[in-house]
Write a protein that binds this ligand. Structure first.
Ligand code: HEC
Length: 133
């Protein structure tokens, strides 16, 4: 019986990797797909802050992003609604605060360089997130 069990295990170990190689991998879920970069000059001022945010920050700060997930815990800890873990739902952010966090990073958020996000792109994003503040 023990001998049969070992044979079955060995057979299973040979079959499983072969099946894994043959099957097509599933596509990533939509929330892991980075939003397309908006067209236009990356060094130009006054572009669509929301579109730039979704492209540059969305893979962490849209629904299911790791930034959103971590901020849920922080927002609950200060008695705020978990919906405010989505930066787009915040009404307390200022452009200056967004600039500082993006360039310096915070906790688990890595600093974003001027190659990641140009100064003019960051101006547009910060103006949109800060709602003019
Ligand atoms: C690699 C993932 C990642 C990217 C990309 C990212 N962030 Fe973050 N962000 C985080 C995480 C995680 C936190 C929470 C940090 C902590 O406190 O530990 C955070 C926090 C923040 C905060 C602070 C919120 C608060 O309540 O203090 C702001 C503002 C912010 N991010 C803006 C941005 C903007 C704007 C961009 C795009 C230019 C961006 N982030 C890109 C992961 C990311």
């Amino acid at each position: 019986m023990a001998r049969y069990g070992k044979t079955a295990l060995a057979a299973a170990l040979m079959v499983v990797p072969a099946a894994a190689v043959m099957a097509d991998p599933p596509p990533p879920p939509p929330y892991q797909m980075r939003a397309a970069a908006p067209a236009g000059d990356r060094l130009a001022a006054g572009r669509d802050g929301r579109a730039l945010f979704e492209n540059h920050c969305g893979y962490c700060h849209l629904t299911f992003g790791m930034g959103t997930n971590l901020l849920v815990k922080q927002r609950l800890a200060v008695g705020a609604s978990p919906a405010t873990a989505l930066l787009a739902n915040r009404d307390d952010l200022t452009a200056a605060y967004v600039h500082a966090i993006v360039r310096m990073g915070k906790g688990a958020m890595p600093p974003q360089t001027r190659v990641d996000v140009t100064d003019r792109e960051l101006d547009s994003i910060a103006a949109w997130l800060g709602r003019g503040k």
